[in-house]
Design a binder for this molecule. Structure first.
Ligand SMILES: Cc1cc2nc3c(=O)[nH]c(=O)nc-3n(C[C@H](O)[C@H](O)[C@H](O)COP(=O)(O)O)c2cc1C
Length: 172
């Protein structure tokens, strides 16, 4: 699958095929794609927690306003930033901006790689960070910034439209 096929066919998937698990080797492949993302100064402040444990996925789902698909996904990856690493590299700009851009790029890489593997993903940003950090036992300088639910799709969701380019683009 070329990059345009992945970009254009990716959808947020919230219903997963319960019969098909996602093994560790495949998740590692996705994480290797994630960490190829550009990141400020190659400081790599991202940290990942891969969650297969059913009870833990339930707690993450509860932290995420009860979004059930987080618990129902075969695996959830919680993407975090090590604020100490981000601070050391770039101070306030590192902790408030770059580390979020770094992880955003990594997440998109992961999602496109997942798409190329026939997997579905959903980026989850609506969650209580404290509850997620508590569930995972994160240290104080590690901030969870997103969860990614991963599994084989139960069906292919419809494409969601986008604004027209001329509504959001200026050429100068
Ligand atoms: C920062 C961010 C936070 C998001 N949070 C959630 C979420 O909490 N729950 C959810 O179901 N989808 C979430 N999404 C997925 C979006 O709803 C989805 O990408 C958007 O509706 C476009 O649909 P598509 O991904 O199928 O193109 C999030 C996406 C991003 C980038």
């Amino acid at each position: 699958m070329d990059v345009y096929d992945a970009v254009n066919s990716r959808r947020s998937v919230r219903k997963f095929d319960g019969e098909r698990g996602v093994g560790r080797i495949l998740v590692e492949k996705l994480l290797r794609a994630a960490i190829r993302a550009p990141n400020a100064g190659n400081a790599q402040p991202w940290r990942f927690t891969v969650v297969y444990d059913t009870a833990l996925k339930e707690r993450l789902s509860e932290a995420a306003q009860g979004q059930k698909f987080v618990a129902n996904a075969p695996v959830a990856v919680v993407v975090c930033v090590d604020l100490g690493v981000a601070d050391k590299a770039y101070g306030q700009r590192g902790t408030e901006l770059y580390c979020l851009q770094d992880t955003g790029a990594a997440i998109e890489n992961l999602m496109l790689a997942a798409c190329a593997e026939g997997l579905g993903t959903c980026w989850v940003g609506a969650f209580d960070e404290q509850a997620a950090a508590l569930a995972l036992g994160l240290s104080a300088d590690v901030r969870p910034v997103a969860m990614v639910a991963i599994g084989f799709p139960a069906s292919q969701p419809r494409e969601k439209g986008r604004l027209e380019l001329d509504e959001i683009t200026e050429w100068r």
